[in-house]
Design a protein around this ligand. Structure first.
Ligand code: NAI
Length: 364
């Protein structure tokens, strides 16, 4: 068996501050280092961990130059652009501690023969639960109702005038992979009018039958038929800006949109405009086109004409404590396999050496 030693491993994680010191299960933080330090050092590797990722003088940009392995999380991504790849002379593997590797330029990874691996499935249930919560809080107009209570007010009609039931609605997902499928499974007991999906990879027949989901051929048709749309596909060339002003016009007036996939799948200004005009009754999710989101990002404070419809939170749906335990363990297992020269779990391979391994990042 091969045992690779002496590698330089760079991890870009978010800073957890006091919370991470008090809660050791916040594994995906700079403070708790995915729980990997003593293990990596005992294997003879160097382990550098930082949250400092922006600009040419950042730890990320400096240390990537001779790192062998990069670990990042989608929650605080080190963006691996073609320029970064050009600097990263020793880079062999990028590991995503979580799911979604769009922060890495995957075409360049193929050219440079850098593998891209992720902990597939590690947080898909966490996200699916968040999606269902988002649907409910938008459809039931929860956020303005709670804010009213905190303000000390009490005006039932003011919130009930924009509150509905999820029951009887047409619910559709763009992308029906691990998360999209789990969302369909979880909303079925709410007795929707119909469940529909758009994905060039159809659900396996049994899975589609079990949730009773109808496949729709185009995204335009899907959005025109749904009361609630949820986005559950990766960000790639075919989905960047997919939900733009033109597509939003094709939504049913007053539809709700939930996006926990990636912020850049939606045009931020078009979404804010659609919410302001009432074309969208609500928008919720946890993903932003740049993370951390700037203070003046339009999604922070956008509202519908009745003053509600905003369910935005920081990127945390896939980083519950349960999920962190799974993606930290999964990252360790990926590294262990790499050090021992063993084959990776096929589902974890996004880009193999010089080739695409997944079918989820667009039709190629
Ligand atoms: P998956 O690979 O199991 O499924 C993705 C599905 O999207 C595939 O079936 C694929 O064919 C489909 N797809 C790709 N392009 C499409 C397009 N143009 N139109 C319709 N469908 C398309 O991935 P999984 O595990 O379901 O995750 C999906 C995405 O969710 C991730 O790529 C990531 O961006 C996001 N995510 C967000 C998290 C969060 O914390 N907010 C955590 C985990 C994932």
């Amino acid at each position: 068996m091969v045992f690779v030693r002496g590698l330089k491993i760079l991890a870009i994680l978010y800073r957890g501050g006091d919370a991470a010191k008090q809660e050791p299960r916040l594994l995906g933080t700079v403070e708790n280092e995915l729980g990997l330090r003593s293990w990596l050092e005992s294997q003879g590797h160097e382990y550098i961990v930082s949250d400092d990722k922006e600009g040419p003088n950042s730890v990320f940009q400096k240390q990537i130059q001779d790192a062998d392995i990069l670990i990042t999380t989608p929650f605080h991504p080190g963006y691996v652009t073609p320029e970064v790849f050009n600097k990263a002379k020793n880079l062999k593997v990028c590991v995503t501690a979580g799911v979604g590797s769009d922060h890495i330029n995957l075409n360049t990874a193929i050219d440079k023969k850098v593998q891209v691996l992720e902990v597939t499935g590690s947080n898909v249930t966490s996200v699916a639960e968040h999606v269902v919560m988002n649907m409910l809080l938008l459809v039931r107009n929860f956020v303005p109702a709670h804010e009213m209570i905190e303000r000390g007010d009490w005006d039932v009609s003011q919130v009930a005038r924009n509150a509905f039931d999820l029951e009887g609605k047409v619910i559709g997902t763009i992308g029906a992979g691990r998360i999209g499928h789990r969302v369909l499974q979880r909303v079925l007991p709410f007795n929707p009018k119909e469940l529909v999906y758009y994905d060039y990879n159809p659900l396996p027949e049994e899975a589609a039958k079990a949730v009773g989901a109808r496949r729709i051929d185009t995204v335009e048709e899907l959005v025109s038929q749904c009361d609630v749309v949820t986005v559950n596909c990766p960000l790639h060339e075919g989905t960047r800006g997919l939900i733009n002003a033109d597509l939003l016009k094709k939504f049913k007036p007053g539809a709700w949109l939930v996006n926990t996939a990636r912020g850049a799948i939606c045009d931020k200004f078009a979404v804010a405009d659609a919410l302001k005009s009432g074309q969208l009754r609500g928008y919720a999710g946890d993903v932003w086109d740049v993370q951390p989101a700037p203070k003046d990002h339009p999604w922070r404070a956008m509202k519908n004409p009745l003053g509600g419809g905003n369910g935005m939170v920081p990127h945390y749906s896939g980083t519950t404590l349960d999920a962190q335990q799974r993606y930290a363990a999964g990252t360790k297992s990926i590294l262990e396999k790499y050090f021992q020269g063993k084959e990776q779990e096929p589902a974890n391979v996004i880009v193999g050496i010089g080739k695409w391994a997944t079918k989820a990042y667009g039709q190629r």
